[in-house]
Design a protein around this ligand. Structure first.
Ligand code: DX5
Ligand code: ZN
Length: 226
């Protein structure tokens, strides 16, 4: 994949984009400098909402890859192991599964890596970091949910900041830390200082009057954080 997950990056989430004009909405942020596009997959079971599946990832992947971008696919679904191969074949560059949805997490992370994609594991706000005691050695990315998954535009759960700090100390240095939910210009630098290097931004980019400008402002805040 063309994008290195250990970099500091803002990943716009297309959950808040216009699904009727995804190509144009993605081009807007890629032209503004985005390299990682966050794709929220929801199944109506693990979370209440249904969003999109591998067919949509396949449709958007060429335009993202041609522009030097990568697809960060966040699976908020039950039995993610049944769909990993389909999302990888469709063009996902990183695939993140929920710890809460995986009975055989070791096997599923290995399955993701076997496809050539980077493997990630996500934790809901109420799931302790320590549930990754064994898995932390074989994941490329840990996604800390800072809202309960299912919807864009929710308020950042304040305790997530401390969880990020503890995650940075708890996880091997090579493991990227992504924060997802309620990321804004107000907290972006603080989140980086707490240990996150990948910041998902849905509403704060696509809910803005000028998404390109909003992306650039977030990217600048992330780049200049201490
Ligand atoms: C929520 C999703 C997020 C969502 C974040 O379940 O996983 O990726 O798009 O949206 P904002 O940035 O609006 O909180
Ligand atoms: Zn997400």
């Amino acid at each position: 994949m063309s994008v290195v997950l250990s970099e500091r990056l803002v990943a716009p989430s297309i959950l808040s984009a216009d699904f009727g004009r995804l190509d144009a909405d993605m081009a807007t942020v890629i032209d503004a400098g985005a390299r990682l596009i966050h794709v929220d997959v929801m199944d109506g079971h693990f979370v209440p909402v249904i969003t999109l599946g591998p067919a949509v990832v396949k449709a958007i992947a060429p335009a993202v890859h041609e522009r030097g971008g990568a697809l960060d696919v966040h699976l908020m679904i039950e039995h993610p192991e049944r769909f990993v191969d389909a999302f990888a074949t469709a063009g996902a560059d990183a695939i993140t599964v929920h710890q809460e949805a995986c009975v055989h997490l070791h096997r599923t992370l290995a399955q993701i890596r076997e496809t050539g994609a980077q493997a990630g594991v996500a934790l809901n706000p109420a799931t302790p970091l320590e549930t990754l005691a064994e898995a932390r050695e074989y994941t490329d990315l840990v996604l800390i949910m800072s809202v309960d998954p299912g919807f864009g535009g929710q308020r950042f759960i304040a305790g997530s900041l401390d969880k990020l700090r503890r995650a940075r100390a708890y996880l091997p240095a090579a493991v990227a830390i992504e924060v997802d939910g309620g990321v804004s210009l107000d907290n972006a630098a603080t989140l980086v200082e707490a240990g996150a290097n990948l910041l998902v931004a849905g509403n704060s980019v696509y809910g803005a009057a000028d998404p390109a400008l909003a992306f650039r402002a977030l990217a600048a805040a992330v780049a200049s954080a201490g």
